[in-house]
Design a protein around this ligand. Structure first.
Ligand code: MYR
Length: 192
């Protein structure tokens, strides 16, 4: 009897592309909602916002050290000549691949080791509104961890910090990426 109560609208035939786009959209929404559920659970379990920030960063780091392989395999980017190129690759190729948005890189310091990545669109925060009790939370802290972890795997120690955050009322998301140390890669043999 129950089935009789559920009426379904007829489904218009759609092209493969439209179905694929829809699957992607649903995946993206599921990802966004899942991330939200994780943050909420951490807030419940850890109570201190500072601890939640730390935990999200650590989760991101753990993801980043694995994600880099997939990134290098899929993107076909060759080794960057300098940190400036690396930052552009993260903003234009990395964010596109894993978040579906691109970011821009600005505010380089004189020696090219510190810049700001600006994200105007961030699917992680779709549907998100933070209550007053969450002041101090860096909701997207997983992203800074991902970048730090991924870069560490290609020999760059970095410090990644949020400068602006739309959930805190700013008009964009800004991440400062600072190169602390570039570990020289060791090759098993020298070519003479
Ligand atoms: C190199 O220097 O050889 C290339 C290094 C490219 C690193 C790209 C790291 C991608 C990290 C993706 C972050 C996406 C955040 C959602």
């Amino acid at each position: 009897q129950l089935s009789a109560q559920i009426s379904m609208a007829p489904v218009a035939p759609r092209s493969g592309d439209a179905i694929f786009a829809n699957v992607e959209r649903v995946n993206a929404e599921l990802f966004t909602l899942t991330y939200g559920a994780i943050v909420r659970q951490l807030l419940t379990d850890l109570e201190e916002v500072e601890e939640v920030n730390k935990q999200l960063d650590q989760m991101g780091y753990n993801i980043g050290i694995r994600l880099i392989d997939e990134f290098l395999a899929k993107s076909n980017v060759s080794r960057c000549v300098d940190f400036k190129e690396t930052a552009e690759v993260i903003a234009k190729v990395g964010f596109k691949m894993f978040l579906g948005v691109t970011a821009s890189v600005t505010n380089w310091d004189a020696d090219g080791t510190c810049c700001i990545i600006v994200l105007e669109d961030n699917p992680l925060v779709d549907f998100v509104e933070l209550p007053d009790t969450c002041q101090g939370l860096y909701y997207c802290n997983v992203l800074s961890g991902v970048i730090r972890g991924a870069l560490e795997m290609v020999s760059m120690k970095t410090e990644v910090t949020w400068l602006r955050d739309m959930l805190r009322g700013d008009d964009a998301f800004e991440l400062q990426v600072k190169l602390l140390k570039q570990v020289a890669e060791e090759y098993p043999y020298k070519d003479d």
